[in-house]
Every structure is written in C-alpha cells, then in structure tokens.
Write a protein that binds this ligand. Structure first.
Ligand code: ATP
Ligand code: MG
Length: 292
C-alpha cells in the first residue's frame, strides 16, 4: 500500500463513519427501539448473566446447513474457547454475531436486550463487539503509534475535532494498550517491520483502543512462534474479566493454557462443552476432531 493510498483510505474511512447512523438507532430510524433498546446508552444489560446469547441459529449456503440450530451463551468477562474441525462453522458463527452474515432463523442477543439481528455490521462494531480476523490487517506504512491512534478515530464517540491531537486520557489509554500488547519499545517502528506475532498484537491493540465489551478472535496464534504464542496466552488471560472473549483456535496447548470452558462445534452445532479435559475425553469429540 502506498502512502497516497493509505491517506485516501483514511479519508474514505472518516467519510464513511461520518455518514453512519449513531449506535442505538435501528435502520427504521428508531421506531422499533422498544424491542431492541440500549437500556443505558453505551451499556449492555448483563443482569441476566450473559453478554452473548445465541438460540437455535441456523444458516444455509446453497442448501448446505453451515450453522444448524446453534445455541450458546457467554458470561460477562468470560474467556470462551471454541474448537472444532475444519468446516464446523466457527468462522460463520462469528460472521453471524458481527452482522456480516444474516442467519435464516434463530436469536442473537448482545446482553439481554440488544437484538443483534436488527443491526448492521458497522453498528454492531460500534456497540462494542470487536473482531479479529486470522490475517493481520494493520496499516503497514504507519508506525505502531499511528496505527493505535487511527484505531481510536474509528470510535465514533470521539469527536472529529480530536483527529490531530489525543487528549491526556486517550494518550494514557494508548500507552496502557501499548504495554498490554508488549509493544511499548516499538512505538515508532513501522508496522510493516514487525514480526507476524507483533502485527497480530498490534491489531488486537487497535481493537482494545475502542474498549470492546466482547472480542471475537479467529485463530489468533496461527503462524506464531512458540514464544509469541505463550505471550499471546498471557495477553488473553490479562484481558479476561475486563472484556469478554471468544477465541477460536486449533492449537490445543494454547487452549489448555487459557481455557475455562471449551465449546466444541461440529456440523454447525455444539457437540460438547466443558473443561478441555472433559471434552478431550468425550468419545464423540475424539471421533470427529481430536482423534484424526
Ligand atoms: N459464504 C459462504 N458461502 C458458501 N459456503 C460457505 C460460506 N461461508 C462458509 N461456508 C461453508 O460453511 C461451512 C463452515 O465454514 P466455516 O468457515 O465457518 O468453518 P470453520 O469452522 O471456521 O472452519 P476452519 O477451522 O477451517 O476455519 C464450510 O463448509 C464452508 O465451506
Ligand atoms: Mg474458520
């Protein structure tokens, strides 16, 4: 990517964001807000003990049921691990939660009151659901600092006038995130010069700048060195409690380090759930996944 393209991309991003509706409004302009309201603006109602709730969700692609009556819920502050064979529907589930794919049927709630199926992908992101795809997508030409700074700008709560200068709370936040993602010493390095693992951390940092309530991470340690994987495990454990996390991974030793509850997906539904030891001992899980 050239600097010109990068600048154009930034401008387009800003223009796009300025044209987006405020979170909390439905596409119908708020008429149906009574059914899908934000109880307190910017807050998610977790009084029923769940930050995410899926019930009987199904989606078909050309007649093939990628997700098949999937039901799942996640508690606030939980770090949930999702495992399962290739094609089980793990990524598709994240597509549904983030509004990228619409299910044919079922319920998807953020907290107890926010019906995510009523919102667009951009609105869901602004509500506090951050997503990390497998491939790192940082701005390679920009420094670590600039990448984090730019991520803050994508948070619509920050007014446009702050584009060129961070206030002290934002600077503090940026430094805190830099520390969390182990990149304090690389503040001025160009993102393109970072290792694969560091780019992944930077992208996680960019998500953290927006203070997400729920983070969805799809195969975050794929391609990382053992040392990077270990540091990522520490990072996720440090995020637990402050954020809710859903982590999809195939790396079992990584799962072993970070997991409390592991959900095994197969054929678009939950096959088993429990501690890693419990699901690893489950004959059905061994047959479809671990025993391969
Ligand atoms: N947009 C789409 N159109 C058609 N088929 C799709 C689409 N998205 C997913 N699928 C199919 O749905 C099934 C589930 O795919 P998905 O990518 O969710 O699996 P996964 O569990 O993430 O697998 P992996 O571990 O390989 O990443 C696969 O058979 C896939 O080919
Ligand atoms: Mg996948």
């Amino acid at each position: 990517m050239t600097p010109e393209l990068m600048e154009k991309g930034k401008q387009r991003l800003e223009k796009y964001q300025a044209s987006q509706p405020q979170p909390g409004l439905t596409e119908s302009g708020g008429r149906e807000a009574g059914f899908s309201r934000l109880a307190v603006p910017g807050e998610v109602d977790v009084t029923h003990g769940r930050i995410l709730y899926l019930e009987d969700v199904s989606v078909s692609f050309d007649g093939f049921k990628a997700i098949n009556k999937l039901s799942l819920d996640i508690s606030p502050g939980e770090l949930r691990c999702i495992i399962g064979p290739n094609g089980a529907g793990k990524t598709t589930m994240m597509d549904i939660i983030t509004g990228k794919t619409r299910p044919d049927e079922g319920k998807v709630f953020f907290g107890s009151t926010i019906d995510l199926l009523r919102y667009k992908e951009s609105e869901i992101a602004q509500m506090g659901i951050g997503r990390k795809f497998q491939k790192p997508t940082v701005f390679e030409q920009l420094s670590v600092f600039e990448n984090l700074e730019l991520a803050l700008k994508t948070n619509k709560a920050v007014s446009a006038s702050m584009f060129h200068q961070l206030d002290s709370a934002q600077s503090d936040r940026l430094l805190e995130v830099l520390h969390t993602i182990h990149l304090s010493d690389s503040l001025n390095r160009q993102a393109g010069d970072l290792s694969h693992g560091q780019k992944q951390w930077l992208e996680i940092g960019m998500l953290l700048m927006q203070d997400p309530k729920l983070l969805l991470l799809d195969e975050p340690v794929a391609g990382m060195t053992d040392e990077e994987t270990e540091r990522t495990a520490e990072l996720f454990l440090s995020l637990k409690g402050k954020h809710s996390l859903m982590v999809v991974e195939h790396d079992m030793s990584f799962i072993d380090t970070i997991s409390d509850i592991v959900t095994v997906l197969c054929d678009g539904a939950v096959l088993a759930q429990g501690s890693l030891a419990q699901v690893q001992a489950d004959e059905r899980v061994i047959e479809v996944y671990l025993g391969r």
